[in-house]
Design a protein around this ligand. Structure first.
Ligand SMILES: NC(=O)c1ccc[n+]([C@@H]2O[C@H](COP(=O)([O-])OP(=O)(O)OC[C@H]3O[C@@H](n4cnc5c(N)ncnc54)[C@H](OP(=O)(O)O)[C@@H]3O)[C@@H](O)[C@H]2O)c1
Length: 332
């Protein structure tokens, strides 16, 4: 089968595209004929060696996938040949990556693809959707009627946070870099979309939140978290989510934090158990069935162009060029 893989960590140039053996599914694995995959920032951290999980080579890159079941291992109970499935968490903790024509995936990491969704959409919203759900629900315990601020609403995670928070009955305030991204966030239901370049951004956030019952949940997707700013804008007993910037060392205003009775949650989606992730996936599938889940796709490329896709992801997530709106999807 054709696959995108590395023989060593490094720049995007280390990604090769070529023939590797088609995997044999183990007893609990499903062999998926991959219809689409999507790129996440973590794919680039693994490829570069910043996250040291690529230790045996050739190493197939990529976490997310969607496709059709080709055949199943002897102990698989939840899927059968020809079912449509999506999933995430591949290429981590010794698992093979998803960027190939076929992927053998343990059934615990797979979910049925709603009939309404194309493989490209299901792959685009896989890791980001689960991440948004874990932050809002497992960690922050979001309640209907609360106000959520998500920094970076047009990003992979941000776009999912807006849609999932709105579906949970929250009011959502977010930031974007241009007018096109503002329109997109509004189409997902964001109640207030602000330009993160604005010199009066914090005053505008405060004006919205004070007119709407305060600010209960801050979902930070940016690096580093500015705790002075965030804590200053939060309501008492609010919850702050931090999930980006593993090398960041921000200052932390101790007193301002505890006198407001705030809580701080940090998490990495890949630490969540398969059972926890399945709760997220089933909830996301229900939203999709009700027409409330639209993962944005910004670029669609052939799988052979995985190196270019990694460059584009880095230009946006790390260098903040703002040239991408939506996920990068690749098709084998
Ligand atoms: N802990 C976890 O489990 C987990 C899971 C997924 C991702 N992450 C991390 O979360 C971060 C975001 O991931 P992602 O996939 O959403 O990345 P992404 O798709 O590249 O999105 C990044 C967003 O940041 C926005 N942005 C840039 N400068 C900004 C600023 N000054 N203020 C506010 N927003 C700004 C961009 O907005 P514009 O497009 O409007 O310019 C862009 O939409 C990454 O660091 C990633 O590694 C962690």
């Amino acid at each position: 089968m054709k696959a995108a893989f590395i023989r060593q960590t490094g720049t995007p140039d280390v990604i090769e595209y070529g023939e590797l053996p088609t995997p044999e599914p183990g007893p609990t694995e499903v062999l998926v004929k991959v219809g689409a995959v999507s790129v996440n920032p973590i794919d680039t951290y693994i490829r570069s060696g910043m996250i040291k999980v690529a230790t045996s080579f050739p190493y197939i890159v990529g976490c997310d996938l969607a496709g059709t079941v080709e055949r199943v291992g002897s102990q698989v109970t939840r899927f059968k040949t020809a079912d449509r499935v999506w999933g995430s968490n591949q290429s981590l903790f010794g698992r093979r990556g998803s960027f190939a024509e076929f992927a053998a995936v343990d059934e615990k990491w797979l979910y049925p693809t709603p009939a309404q969704m194309l493989d490209a959409q299901a792959a685009a919203g896989a890791l980001t959707g689960i991440t948004a759900h874990l932050g809002l629900h497992l960690n922050a315990g979001l309640k209907s009627g609360e106000v959520v601020f998500v920094n970076g609403g047009a990003g992979g995670v941000g776009s999912a946070v807006i849609q999932l928070a709105k579906a949970a009955g929250a009011k959502v305030i977010t930031t974007v870099g241009n007018a096109e991204k503002k329109t997109l966030c509004e189409s997902w239901g964001a109640d207030c979309v602000l330009d993160y370049h604005s010199a009066t951004l914090d005053e505008q956030i405060a004006a919205f939140t004070s007119a709407n019952g305060g600010l209960q949940v801050w979902y930070e997707t940016q690096v580093p978290t500015n705790f002075d700013r965030t804590i200053g804008l939060m309501s008492p007993r609010g919850r702050i989510i931090v999930m980006a910037g593993r090398n960041a060392r921000p200052e932390f205003p101790n007193g301002a934090f505890y006198v407001k009775d705030l809580r701080l949650f940090g998490f990495a989606m890949f630490n969540a158990t398969p059972e926890e992730q399945r709760v997220c996936a089933e909830s996301i599938n229900s939203l999709a069935a009700r027409g409330q889940w639209h993962p944005p796709i910004g670029r669609t490329l052939p799988l052979a162009e995985t190196a270019a896709a990694h460059r584009l992801q880095e230009e946006n997530t790390l260098q903040k060029q703002g040239t991408l709106t939506g996920k990068i999807v690749l098709v084998p």
